[in-house]
Design a protein around this ligand. Structure first.
Ligand code: NAD
Length: 294
């Protein structure tokens, strides 16, 4: 009963401040999105470089908006001042919701989530932006799993409207409702999905990437595949999309999908995506992947 009460409070709580753990591609984007829609965000990373990059990205997006007259100087200043970059965990203490967006590694996420849970208020909400890791698995060591669920944004966060809200076995209805409300408040279109490997979008996307890898193994040229998919009407082909997502993140997802659906998604021998990973070609974030970026 006590637990239900706390979860109930979580739902009625208005999200006034968010905490984002990890200032990488996703964390930086989530902190920006929250801030630009009026919910200040504390952005925590373990590396100053990552924080600088996250803030730099926010400035870039706002700068572009200013150039085309969509963003005023006042809006830019307010959005930037509403993102608080920090290396100090204590700064997340007052937040109403935490969005964890650190590396796609269950052990790291587990440690980060448990540490965050100890710091935030009992009625604050904890979420993970994991692409593929089971929400029930991540909830295992939490003291208040009812206040936890998945909140999966897509890349680039400021452009992609969809957010998957992943309901774990123990996530309360109130938590799910509060996360749906927060996603809507920051301009996104949330859908509530079950906890399964790949959730919804990656269950559709990764069979497509697998088909693409098989085509490459059969001798197709990745540039041609991209061109054809663009002619088909998609905004970008699979190689470019994988470079945007991050080859390291994709390789991790491939593993999770293979484990979750061994009958349909078993690992490919010498998967071209994995070959890039082995050469430290992580896509846009590292300067090269399928393509080279300057
Ligand atoms: P990234 O490598 O760009 O960023 C990860 C950040 O986490 C780094 O800045 C790193 O310094 C930081 N970090 C590592 N350990 C930390 C800790 N203990 N505390 C705080 N920060 C820590 O990765 P990303 O692409 O932003 O992915 C982050 C999460 O979002 C992953 O779970 C990924 O699966 C998910 N995701 C990624 C995409 C995508 O397209 N890249 C899309 C949706 C979801």
């Amino acid at each position: 009963k006590k637990k239900a009460k706390i979860a109930g409070k979580a739902a009625s709580k208005t999200i006034k401040q968010a905490g984002v753990l990890g200032a990488g591609i996703m964390g930086g984007g989530i902190a920006y999105q929250s801030s630009v829609k009026g919910v200040p965000a504390v952005m925590k990373d373990i590396k100053q470089d990552a924080l600088d990059l996250g803030m730099g990205e926010a400035m870039k997006i706002l700068g572009k908006g200013m150039k085309i007259g969509k963003v005023s100087a006042e809006k830019m200043a307010k959005t930037i001042s509403n993102i608080k970059p920090t290396l100090n965990y204590d700064d997340i203490k007052p937040v109403d919701i935490v969005v964890e967006a650190v590396v796609e590694n269950p052990k790291v996420k587990d440690a980060v989530l448990c540490e965050a849970e100890q710091l935030i208020a009992d009625d604050a909400i904890l979420t993970s932006n994991t692409s593929t890791i089971s929400i029930d698995l991540l909830a295992k060591n939490l003291k208040r799993p009812e206040n936890f669920c998945g909140m999966h944004f897509f890349n680039p966060v400021h452009k992609m409207p969809l957010v998957e809200v992943i309901r774990g076995e123990k996530s309360s209805d109130e938590t799910v409702a509060a996360v749906v409300a927060y996603a809507s408040a920051i301009g996104k279109s949330p859908i509530v999905v079950k906890d399964c490997p790949g959730f919804f979008v990656n269950r559709v996307l990764f069979p497509y990437f697998r088909g693409f890898s098989q085509l490459l193994q059969e001798g197709a040229d990745f540039r041609q595949v991209d061109k054809v998919m663009e002619k088909f009407g998609w905004p970008m082909g699979p190689s470019y999309l994988l470079d945007v997502v991050g080859i390291d993140t994709a390789v991790h997802c491939v593993g999770v999908m293979a484990e979750g659906f061994p009958d349909r998604m078993s690992a490919l021998d010498k998967d071209p995506i994995e070959q890039l990973y082995k050469q430290d070609k992580y896509g846009q974030k590292s300067g090269s992947g399928f393509y080279v970026y300057s």
